[in-house]
Design a protein around this ligand. Structure first.
Ligand code: IPE
Ligand code: IPE
Ligand code: MG
Ligand code: MG
Ligand code: MG
Length: 289
């Protein structure tokens, strides 16, 4: 097993444990608890919390329980975003990670409410641990990225089906890129890194963020072995505007490589402590799920 795999597995497990404990100790109604735990434990890759924690490693910061809490909060927000993304009013998908989507399993009302609960629990969790101005600033960066200036704004653009490839790429950088970017940048903020480094971390994360959605669209089109556990061709069913729908698969792969390269270039001045972030960028570019 490579170092990247070992670290991803370790951080993924720590975050999974933290989120489960946080939900279990809450006094949420049973149905909400059950629905939250169902989606949290359905087999997500934990890419965003892993990015948060690997960025701290790159910056040589010591990882504490507070950091695991923040990483977990980002994953809770991501999980909520997917529960809502699958709803009939949005992508109307019945499977995610090889399992029934939340609204199919629990009904629409409870799926909506489980998403709402996870979103709010994310902020509760960060506030439980925030002790200084950097912690608050990191939480604020995450809140902005999740909201109308970030993921929510991007989902609005997705529903509106942008016409041009530039508008499609701008939509990707919000609906998917924003949460990925904050996973890296908020870690930089919490660690107190300087502006120059923060800018390079942001450039890195912008690159992998758009590349991540280009790969997601590619898998939507090509996942014949159903490795993603999501319905193949959901984007065509919904007549989504994607880079592939405008330019085709080959151009999509080219663009993906360009964004990955951009991400790697941003890290060029830095040493070996950034190697896992580099390897992750490459890994995400040809992931199969
Ligand atoms: C899927 O994200 C949604 C996108 C933003 C493209 P992931 O592929 O990270 O989903 P899980 O959590 O691993 O299932
Ligand atoms: C990203 O887009 C979803 C979110 C920002 C929540 P998709 O709609 O393509 O994601 P999947 O393919 O359903 O995971
Ligand atoms: Mg969608
Ligand atoms: Mg979707
Ligand atoms: Mg998709």
């Amino acid at each position: 097993m490579t170092n990247l795999n070992t670290v991803m597995k370790k951080y993924g497990e720590q975050v999974t444990l933290f989120i489960n404990q946080r939900i279990n100790k809450s006094n949420a109604p049973d149905i909400i608890k059950e629905a939250c735990l169902y989606s949290v434990n359905a087999g997500g890759k934990r890419i965003r919390p892993v990015l948060f924690l690997m960025t701290l490693d790159a910056l040589n910061a010591e990882i504490t329980e507070k950091h695991i809490a923040y990483a977990s909060a980002i994953e809770m927000i991501h999980t909520y975003s997917l529960i809502h993304d699958d709803l009939p009013a949005m992508d109307n998908d019945e499977y995610r990670r090889g399992q029934l989507t939340s609204h199919i399993k629990f009904g629409e009302a409870y799926a909506i409410l489980a998403g709402d609960a996870l979103l709010n629990l994310a902020y509760e969790t960060m506030l439980d641990y925030a002790v200084n101005a950097k912690d608050i600033a990191a939480a604020r960066n995450i809140a902005e990225a999740a909201g109308y200036q970030g993921m929510v704004g991007g989902q609005v653009l997705d529903m509106k089906k942008p016409d041009t490839v530039n508008d499609i790429l701008a939509m990707y950088s919000l609906k998917t890129g924003a949460l990925i970017k904050t996973s890296v940048v908020s870690a930089g903020i919490i660690a107190g890194c300087n502006k120059r480094t923060l800018k390079r971390l942001a450039d890195y994360a912008e690159g992998i963020g758009v590349a991540f959605q280009l790969r997601d669209d590619y898998l939507d089109k090509t996942d014949i072995n159903e490795k993603t556990g999501k319905p193949k061709d959901s984007d065509r069913k919904n007549e989504k505007a994607t880079y592939i729908s405008k330019r085709g698969i080959a151009a999509n792969q080219n663009k993906l490589q360009k964004y990955t390269k951009k991400a790697l270039t941003a890290l060029q001045p830095y040493g070996d402590s950034y190697n896992n972030l580099r390897s992750l960028a490459e890994f995400l570019g040809d992931r199969m799920k």
